[in-house]
Ligand binder design. Structure first.
Ligand code: FRU
Length: 492
């Protein structure tokens, strides 16, 4: 039975959502039907469709008591909204339905597992929010919360784990038909950890093991874990809060890291071998993956940064976008990300330039737009080449730039002139891997964002931009001379 709270949210989003014009949203990235969006949730393939749920507050473009918004797609790029799936309407989730995941039960029902946030009076009389894991079961549109919620509470956790930070379950089905889930927590010092839970039927859950403990290395509390096998390795992806910058590898604030290693399923033990940052841009957080019916591991993140998510206007019709779905693989021990191959089907009006010399500033006929894909590769024409830059969302006043400095092998994204009136984070610089002097970039623009895949997906850079849509110029610049090959497509 749908509650009053859910029916109210559904009625509101239907009216509000219909008032937002198509051209005021990105064309192939998901935004909330109305109001606010954060993390992707319940990313799954169910009854022949991809389902995407998301952290959602329909009534304002700001974070509020969390609902789950809902959309479906057949190609991972064009999304159709369905009515909101969950509202905070029970004692166990009265303060919000936080992040979680989904899978198909053997009887064909869709199972959602999410974090219920509720209030609990403390011994000192203060009321604080506590977090537990809850279930809901449905048919792809309407979901009933499980009568025995919550199914995991602090009582299930090892000694010393916090009841205030225990969240974001990611579930999957094991080959033997049992269920597992990874969720995050922390101790009293706020040190994050990822924990494994198991269940025979998907409803009765027990703690199994601690998969990884932060040990104060990467931020404090961890959020939104994912745990899966890929190309012979086991990956644990987590989003640490409050990281401290480390060289050019890790930026301060909330970010995403991938711990790569091996997994002994019998002992439920993960052995960490290496750690890398997942995206070197400004706006990437809380990703979640699924396995497609044809066996691809695809990841989608929240295309935002918590530190810059409360500075916009109450008047904005929506806030928050999800990234492009990205196909994951491992090459030379690194996590590789590429836009889902479905994107190639949306390419129109190809324009191609081979062996162009860029020296100083340069524009090319037919190369402009805000819903475009650029594939370019650059190599030195002259030895003294010291800078290559591509500018997009450009007019006399605005531009966003990606700059490559071959002498130090650094790449920088710079959105200082992207239409923001606030002192947001505007720049990020990181060390690029690959051959010094040579770089290939795949740049995907969709009205309000740029996603850049460097050297065939070896590193990615994601940033939102707020530039007026009339600024649609694209230009190139080099100090010294470079040779450039370029393919450009409109994405429709
Ligand atoms: C991550 C996060 C999650 C939580 C959700 C609340 O962005 O903080 O840990 O479940 O957002 O909206």
């Amino acid at each position: 039975m749908n509650s009053q709270e859910l029916l109210k949210a559904r009625a509101y989003e239907e009216t509000k959502g219909a008032q937002i014009r198509g051209e005021d949203r990105p064309a192939f990235h998901l935004t909330p039907r109305a109001g606010w969006m954060n993390d992707p949730n319940g990313f799954s393939y169910y009854k022949g469709m991809y389902h995407m749920f998301y952290q959602y507050y329909p009534y304002k473009p700001f974070w509020g008591p969390m609902h789950w918004g809902h959309a479906v797609s057949t190609d991972l790029l064009h999304w159709t909204y369905l009515p909101a799936a969950l509202a905070p309407d029970r004692l166990f989730d009265s303060k919000g339905c936080f992040s979680g995941s989904a899978l198909t039960l053997p009887d064909g029902r869709h199972l959602l597992m999410y974090t219920g946030v509720s209030e609990e009076q403390q011994e000192d009389g203060r009321v604080k929010d506590i977090q537990t894991q809850c279930l809901a079961v449905g048919d792809g549109e309407n979901y009933d919360k499980y009568e025995q919620n919550p199914v995991l509470t602090v009582k299930d956790l090892p000694e010393g784990c916090s009841r205030f930070d225990f969240r974001d379950p990611k579930i999957w089905r094991e080959e033997d038909g049992s269920y597992s889930c990874v969720a995050v927590g922390c101790d009293e010092s706020h040190d994050g950890r990822a924990m494994l839970f198991t269940s025979g039927d998907g409803f009765d859950w027990h703690f199994r093991s601690e998969l990884a403990v932060n040990g104060k290395r990467f931020g404090r509390m961890w959020e939104c874990p994912d745990f899966f096998a890929l190309d012979g390795k086991q990956l644990l992806i987590v989003s640490p809060q409050d990281m401290l910058a480390q060289g050019l590898e890790i930026a301060s604030g909330n970010g995403v890291i991938c711990l790569m290693g091996s997994y002994d399923r019998e002992r439920a033990a993960f052995t960490e071998e290496s750690v890398q940052v997942v995206d070197y841009g400004i706006d990437f957080y809380a990703p979640q993956t699924l396995e497609t019916p044809d066996g691809r591991r695809v990841m989608v993140g929240w295309m935002q940064n918590w530190d810059t998510s409360s500075l916009h206007s109450e008047q904005d019709p929506w806030f928050g976008q999800l990234t492009l779905p990205r196909e994951l693989s491992i090459r030379d021990g690194r996590l590789i990300q590429k836009p889902v191959r479905e994107l190639e089907q949306l390419r129109r009006n190809p324009v191609s330039y081979q062996d162009v010399t860029v020296s100083g500033a340069c524009r090319l006929d037919g190369v402009r737009g805000r819903r475009v894909e650029l594939e370019l590769s650059v190599s030195p024409r002259e030895e003294n080449f010291s800078l290559f830059e591509i500018r997009f969302a450009e007019d006399e006043r605005f531009h966003t730039a990606v700059r490559y400095r071959p002498s130090v092998s650094e790449l920088e994204v710079d959105r200082r002139y992207s239409g923001t009136r606030r002192a947001l984070i505007h720049q990020r610089t990181f060390s690029v891997l690959g051959d010094p002097g040579k770089i290939s970039l795949r740049v995907i623009l969709d009205r309000f964002s740029a996603e850049i895949f460097v050297n065939d997906g070896e590193q990615t850079v994601t940033t939102t931009i707020y530039t007026d849509q009339t600024a649609d110029g694209i230009s190139f610049y080099a100090d010294g001379a470079v040779r450039m090959d370029l393919n450009k497509y409109d994405i429709e």
